[in-house]
Write a protein that binds this ligand. Sequence first.
Ligand code: HEC
Ligand code: HEC
Ligand code: HEC
Ligand code: HEC
Length: 342
Amino acid sequence: MKYAAAFLGVVIASLLTIAMLFTAGWVRPPILGQQAGFRGLGMEQLTTPAARRKLELANVPPDAIPMPPAEGPKATEVYKNVQVLKDLTVVEFNTLMAAITTWVAPQQGCAYCHNTDNLADDSVYAKKVSRRMIEMTRHVNTDWKAHVQNTGVVCWTCHRGNPVPQNVWYDNVGWPQAAGFATTNYGMGHPSAANGSTAMTQDPYGALADKNAVIRVQATKALPLNSNGASILSTEQSYSLMIAMSQGLGVNCTFCHNTREFGQWPESTPQRLTAWHGIQLARDLNGAYLTPLKDVLPANRLGPHGDAPKLDCATCHQGANKPLLGVSMAKDYPALGGTPAK
Ligand code: HEC
Ligand code: HEC
Ligand code: HEC
Ligand code: HEC
């Protein structure tokens, strides 16, 4: 009897150890490390050959549909209701329609955005949304080179063949609480995928829609009287955002920071500055383009608080340090503001 109990104990302990290895994110070696900072600082990105391969496969761009030379009549001369793509010729216009279809609605086809009896008709909401999307894509490629360089974006960067991109977020003020001072706890204490399974706020993205949100939370002076006055809540929000940014890019904190001193810019990598522009870019797109679409979208597309879906770093990056691992699709589409390769 005694032996049986001891044996059972050993079996349970072994099973628990195995389970722990797997739940703690154990990965099979070899581990590939890439150093970013000076030697000895541990500023490294770690991955495995299998994870790297998986990332590469997920980021193979679709074949480009070549844009024809800009010859022949303008689209505005032939079509009845062209409001944005006024600069294109008819052949360019049609080629772009074909490309957009494969990027956003490959299964549904032209009918996803069009009343196929009358292509000039604007009754399908997806067409009205797309007009704004075309303007947004041109805006990113021409006005946000500080972040996207000449690599740029096209519809595929975010959509990858889905009418609604896989990575979008809605306002989330936390779980329903008892009344009183704890009415809203911003989801604290409820680990979720968005906050990296920590107990920090479940709404990491708020600062990507609110231009006035303060991300810098570290005190710059010793005495609290002189500190920047960041609360525990805003500190947790910043850390949640940092976790979401890291996950969105598939990197760890040392991709941007020397963890000796997170706030220090001179000790940070150049990527941190690019990321800073990325935060301003996300705020601009969410504020000027996506949030106002709540009036155009049908109710089933809105979040629990009636807001339109918004973007974060993962919407473009999808787990890669550069979207599509740095391949430029936009260079083939000057019609979307892309910069042609030299
Ligand atoms: C993802 C949405 C979307 C898809 C899919 C799409 N279109 Fe369009 N289409 C638009 C938008 C937006 C406009 C208006 C562009 C503008 O105002 O500059 C438009 C306008 C047009 C027009 C001009 C109609 C007129 O008289 O004003 C034609 C023709 C057209 N599309 C053809 C097609 C064809 C053919 C397909 C399928 C191969 C297609 N579109 C698929 C969004 C889409
Ligand atoms: C930077 C990322 C990004 C790019 C680039 C982008 N989109 Fe979107 N798109 C989104 C997000 C986020 C949503 C969800 C928000 C919404 O519907 O308002 C969306 C929604 C849409 C929808 C609505 C789908 C539905 O059924 O609700 C259409 C249609 C669409 N996009 C078309 C396009 C087209 C066409 C292009 C290229 C000209 C494009 N998008 C480029 C991020 C992007
Ligand atoms: C892709 C780059 C990037 C990654 C990865 C990243 N950060 Fe940041 N971090 C930034 C930027 C940019 C700022 C400054 C934001 C601002 O000034 O508005 C910042 C600010 C901070 C601050 C506030 C500094 C201050 O001045 O008060 C802390 C703390 C911080 N990050 C921690 C982290 C942690 C922890 C991680 C990993 C979980 C992380 N960061 C991952 C880019 C990054
Ligand atoms: C509209 C799409 C889009 C959004 C949204 C976006 N990025 Fe980017 N990002 C890009 C593109 C495209 C590049 C590649 C530019 C290049 O080729 O150098 C890039 C590059 C970067 C780089 C440089 C990576 C490297 O290896 O040097 C960092 C860091 C970065 N983004 C951080 C962020 C962060 C953080 C966010 C969210 C706050 C964000 N990005 C949101 C499109 C986007």
